[in-house]
Design a protein around this ligand. Structure first.
Ligand SMILES: Nc1nc2c(c(=O)[nH]1)N[C@H]1C(S)=C(S)[C@@H](COP(=O)(O)OP(=O)(O)OC[C@H]3O[C@@H](n4cnc5c(=O)[nH]c(N)nc54)[C@H](O)[C@@H]3O)O[C@H]1N2
Ligand SMILES: Nc1nc2c(c(=O)[nH]1)N[C@H]1C(S)=C(S)[C@@H](COP(=O)(O)OP(=O)(O)OC[C@H]3O[C@@H](n4cnc5c(=O)[nH]c(N)nc54)[C@H](O)[C@@H]3O)O[C@H]1N2
Ligand SMILES: [Mo]
Length: 817
């Protein structure tokens, strides 16, 4: 194993940062470090080591960041005897100042689970049998060659992740787009941050997160739209809690149908919690903009200098007075006015948006209105004035910027021949080899093509669609087809791996080197700390091995891709970003290793220390020749032509776009009277392949549950802890009821629970209730971003009769207060 030279680890720099090992299940956010607006967030170093290991016993500390959410919490991995024995937060990192959340502290243990995939597997009839790399890769290469010969590149699809490293995505994009020439490349980022990207492309004509976590230190109002940060980005939430505990606390706005910890804090801060009916976000945003404009809380100077479209926006939202919006959203008009006053009186407004918007009805249109809100208030590019169209997954930013989601690497515009030619020069390929005649195929469409049989080989890496996609009965049918050749590259025998023809065992975080970028553009290097188990190999090595076996060549007949390891891949990636918004040319593995903190892109000669906020100078990447996208119609999703965009925005400003509210397609009715939303708990990550193998986290939330209000429970004859079925037209989930302060008419089910840890074959038969939330979620997506709508289904709730005994109510995130 090659030992990277150690980066300066972060010893406690002040008494307040003496490392502390807390019980992060009982105390998820730890002790407060109050601070005032404009001050530096104090350090607090969190640590957790395996039983019996003391800090002084640790042989090496290897720098990395968390791979269990998009926050990018920087930490050092503790290594003893070639094993990971714990983690410690990095006090000097800009993202977390030493803090770690529950998953950060415990989930590293999953790497050492006994059931890690250690050998490649190939299908032999009904069974998957162990084999060697030559045999497994031989099968993949044979099938690829046959399909290319018989059907051409569009018979092959790649479905990847938001959890690999930048070097891996860039290699995958080069192989799939460049060498194979298929347009069927997307990530599970389609399920996750497609709407974040789309909303930024609509407003700024280019992806790229404008804001910074540093804005929390300055804001006087922080608005969280469909974002349960307390559970999904606990370290960012600690920062907000520390401001709330300080002398000049911000006020919060929380928009969420559930009474989350964020909602409670909003009320306690003197701010507002709005609990709209699911699926009505756009109406609400239009109402808030209506009132902010009516109260003339507009920064006219900013709007005139830096935006186009204000008059159309004002005319559009004129139709949404608070009374009408209150009816649509199931709110009081006075609540809407109060929220508008809060937003209108802000001097430094930080807005964050996440899945409550991205995975609901009219997702992009609603997320764009948050951009509009900050723009009309002139709240962008100054300390405390920011927009965070959040990411969810740890490396989703890289999936997008490297082009592994089908976009062109470097936020290039597939619809601009000059951009395609530039990328082709970096790859030394003929531009015609890179598909760009049509928009990249999105994941939902790729699964449709697999269903219809035009895609015959699907290579799935680091994602578990058999649990995370909507309408699982359909997904199981699609992935289980005889005619499909399914390659699954994972670290565990997931529900998806069990359906595969070839399973490739991967090395993961701590076992491989690479970079990744969090939601506020902070790039961290994650160094290899220990060897992977058995024959498992880094995802990068698997991809490059495939390329060599396929004997891909560039225009001069040299092996393609031209790079051979993580460092050379990073250098190639960085070079390809020169002159683009996500400019990495000032970074390398060596420079990142030498720094005590992660660095925010763009980082180049002009900005050698990175860039805290985009658009501080009021200049955007929206010039027609520079932009990543010409935009779409917000209601229908129809793409704009280049000529239309040139007419709309000739002077490279930000675009204010209005959209009319349409009632959701799936609304509660007599048969299905509830609105069902699905989402997360603090203890688990996604399909629990890691957190379900971590004792502390598994035991904190061992089983799924159904949240509903006390009124709704009573109406359905249910008590806390009773077993019930949530049923939609798609399917059903059976779980115990947890009575919470969610609004009446709304049910919540966590989506983390699949079937890998239930007795074999314990999957629901058709029509039988299962435990995966996605049994119930219909196939539907946002017309602009193509992100599936996981948070809007019409459902019925029924007590399961003949319950034996009375089980205790589910323990767990009710403790998250
Ligand atoms: N603990 C934990 N943290 C995670 C993850 C995890 O699995 N576990 N995953 C990471 C990833 S990939 C992601 S994408 C993020 C997601 O992070 P979040 O978006 O914060 O999490 P969710 O629970 O999916 O949804 C957020 C909230 O949306 C609300 N909501 C539902 N419907 C509506 C609606 O119509 N309108 C509004 N305004 N709100 C609504 C829900 O009640 C929920 O509280 O978390 C990241 N962090
Ligand atoms: N109903 C409902 N469904 C949802 C959502 C929701 O809110 N509600 N949220 C959606 C969102 S935002 C997201 S992000 C998705 C997440 O959905 P998935 O991506 O399917 O969830 P994960 O469990 O994170 O799957 C990652 C897989 O990669 C494997 N893995 C981990 N590390 C590595 C590695 O280094 N290399 C390789 N090769 N494999 C690795 C893990 O074992 C796991 O099988 O779910 C979506 N689905
Ligand atoms: Mo996500």
């Amino acid at each position: 194993m090659s030992e990277p030279s150690p980066r300066p680890s972060s010893p406690p720099s002040s008494p307040s940062s003496t490392p502390r090992d807390r019980d992060a299940i009982a105390d998820p956010w730890g002790a407060r470090c109050p601070y005032a607006a404009g001050e530096t967030w104090p350090a607090r170093v969190d640590v957790h080591l395996a039983d019996g290991v003391r800090e002084e016993d640790v042989e090496r500390w290897v720098p990395t960041a968390s791979l269990l959410h998009s926050n990018g919490d920087a930490m050092d991995i503790a290594v003893c005897d070639g094993r990971v024995v714990g983690v410690r937060g990095r006090a000097d990192d800009r993202v977390n100042r030493g803090r770690l959340g529950p998953k950060d502290l415990y989930a590293w243990q999953a790497n050492a689970s006994a059931d890690r995939l250690t050998r490649p597997l190939v299908r032999d009839g009904d069974r998957l049998v162990e084999t060697d790399w030559n045999t497994a890769m031989g099968r993949v290469v044979d099938r690829t060659r046959t399909l290319l010969r018989e059907q051409g590149p569009s018979a092959i699809g790649f479905y990847t992740s938001g959890q690999l490293f930048a070097e891996e995505y860039y290699s995958l994009a080069a192989i799939a787009h460049g060498a194979i020439g298929t347009n069927h490349v997307d990530g599970n980022t389609r399920l996750c941050t497609a709407t974040a990207a789309a909303a930024l492309k609509e407003t700024f004509a280019c992806d790229g997160q404008p804001g910074s976590y540093g804005d929390v230190d300055h804001a006087d109002v922080i608005a969280l739209f469909g974002h349960n940060a307390a559970e999904t980005q606990p370290v960012l939430w600690m920062r907000i809690l520390d401001r709330l505990a300080g002398p000049t606390p911000p006020r919060l706005l929380c928009v969420d149908p559930r009474r989350t910890a964020v909602a409670r804090a909003a009320v306690e801060s003197g701010g507002v919690h709005l609990a709209p009916l699911p699926g009505t976000n756009l109406a609400l945003m239009n109402g808030l903009l209506h009132q902010v404009i009516a109260d003339d809380r507009i920064d006219h100077g900013y709007v005139d200098a830096h935006t186009v479209g204000f008059d159309e926006l004002a005319a559009g939202v004129a139709e949404y007075p608070p009374g009408r919006v209150a009816d649509i959203c199931g709110l009081d008009a006075e609540e809407i006015r109060a929220a508008a006053r809060l937003l209108g009186s802000a001097e430094r407004l930080l807005s964050t948006v996440l899945q409550g918007f991205y995975q609901s009805h009219q997702a992009t249109a609603a997320a764009v209105q948050v951009n509009n809100l900050n723009l009309v208030r002139g709240m962008l590019g100054r300390p405390g004035c920011g927009i965070l169209q959040m990411n969810g997954q740890p490396t989703a930013e890289n999936t997008r910027e490297c082009g592994a989601d089908g976009d062109m690497a470097g936020f290039r515009n597939w619809n601009n021949d000059a951009h395609v030619a530039e990328l082709a020069r970096h790859w030394n390929l003929d531009p015609l080899q890179i598909p760009h005649m049509a928009p990249p195929t999105h994941a939902m469409q790729m699964f449709r093509y697999v269903e219809q049989g035009t895609i015959r080989m699907l290579w799935v890496s680091a994602t578990n669609p058999a649990v995370s996609m909507p309408d699982l009965a359909r997904i199981r049918r699609i992935l289980g087809q005889e005619r499909l050749f399914l390659v699954v590259q994972d670290i565990f025998p997931s529900e998806t791996a069990r359906l595969a023809d070839v399973v490739l065992p991967a090395a993961t975080w701590a076992e491989k080197t690479g970079c990744f970028t969090n939601a506020d553009r902070t790039v961290h290097l994650s160094d290899k700390a220990v060897d992977p188990p058995g024959d498992a190999r880094a995802d990068l090595d698997i991809l490059l091995d495939f390329a060599r076996r396929m004997d891909f060549r560039d225009a001069d007949g040299r092996p393609f891709p031209a790079w051979h390891d993580a460092e050379s891949a990073f250098d190639a990636w960085a070079a390809s970003t020169a002159g683009r918004p996500c400019d990495y040319t000032g970074l390398s593995h060596a420079t990142l290793r030498a720094r005590a903190s992660g660095v925010q892109w763009p980082c180049n000669d002009a900005h050698p220390d990175g860039t805290e906020r985009l658009y501080a100078d009021g200049r955007f990447w929206s010039a027609p020749d520079e932009c990543e996208s010409y935009g779409r119609d917000l209601v229908t999703g129809a793409p704009l032509e280049e000529t239309e965009y040139r007419a709309l925005n000739p002077d490279a400003k930000a675009v204010l776009k209005a959209a009319e509210f349409l009632p959701p397609r799936t609304a509660p009715d007599d048969e299905y009277p509830f609105a069902l939303v699905t989402g997360r708990t603090i203890h688990h990550f996604h399909t629990r392949t890691k957190t379900g193998r971590t004792p502390e986290l598994r035991d904190a939330a061992p089983e799924p549950w159904i949240e509903c209000s006390a009124t709704d429970a009573r109406r359905c004859g249910l008590g806390d802890g009773d077993l019930a079925d949530v049923r939609t037209a798609q399917g059903a989930v059976r779980a115990r009821v947890r009575i919470t302060e969610t609004r009446d008419g709304v049910l919540f089910v966590p989506f983390h629970y699949g079937y890998w840890d239930t007795p074999a074959g314990d999957r629901p038969g058709d029509g039988e209730p299962g435990r995966a939330a996605n049994e119930t979620v219909p196939t539907d997506w946002d017309p602009v971003s193509k992100q599936p709508l996981f948070k809007i289904a019409a459902a019925a709730l029924q007590r399961v009769p003949d319950q034996s005994g009375t089980a205790a109510p589910t323990a767990g995130s009710e403790g998250v207060r």
